[in-house]
Unconditional design. Sequence first.
Lengths: 112, 112
Amino acid sequence: NAGVMQNPRHLVRRRGQEARLRCSPMKGHSHVYWYRQLPEEGLKFMVYLQKENIIDESGMPKERFSAEFPKEGPSILRIQQVVRGDSAAYFCASSPPDYGYTFGSGTRLTVV
Amino acid sequence: EDQVTQSPEALRLQEGESSSLNCSYTVSGLRGLFWYRQDPGKGPEFLFTLYSAGEEKEKERLKATLTKKESFLHITAPKPEDSATYLCAVQAREAAGNKLTFGGGTRVLVKP
C-alpha cells in the first residue's frame, strides 16, 4: 500500500507564474489536508477536503490560492501569480474518517 | 484560538543522555494530542496520539505523557538515529474533520 504521494518533490517558479501541487491520498482514504511549512516555522493548516467538497478552508489565503479534490484523480493545490513569500514546503496528508493521518513527503516550492 | 508551544527549540544530547521535550497547549476541548517526528526533507511521521490526562504511550526509546495543559516526550538513552525534529499538535473537539494545530517543533541532535 503506497503512502501519500506528492509531486513534484521540488518546483521552481518565477514570480507571477502558476504553481500546481498534486497529492494522491493513501488507498481508502477519503479525507485530504494541505499544510504549509515556511522556513524556520511550524506546520500551518491550509485546507481540508473530501471528494468534490471543501470542508474547511480557514487557513487558505483569500487570494491566489485554491484547492480541489475531484471525484477522480489527485487533489490539487493551485497557487496563482506566485510571489517570493510563497516559497515553502507544502505537505499533503490523508486519513480515513475520524482517524490520525499520514503525511506525504512534501513539495518544496521555490519562487525566484 | 488553539495554541501549541514547544520547548526547547533545539536540544543537543550526547548518546545515552536522557532528556524530555515539552509541549504546552491551550485548546477549547481536547480531542487528541499528537507527536510526530520529522527528518530533514521529509514529511512528518506519526509517533503517538494521547487522548486524556494521565495517559502514557511508549515506543522504543520514546515515551509520551499528557496532563491537562502539557505533554512531555521523554527520550531515554538516545542514539544518533533519534536525531530529528519532534512536532507536537493538538486537535480540538469541535475541529472540522481532523484539523491539527502544530507547535514550532524541537530540533534534537544526538551526538555519538
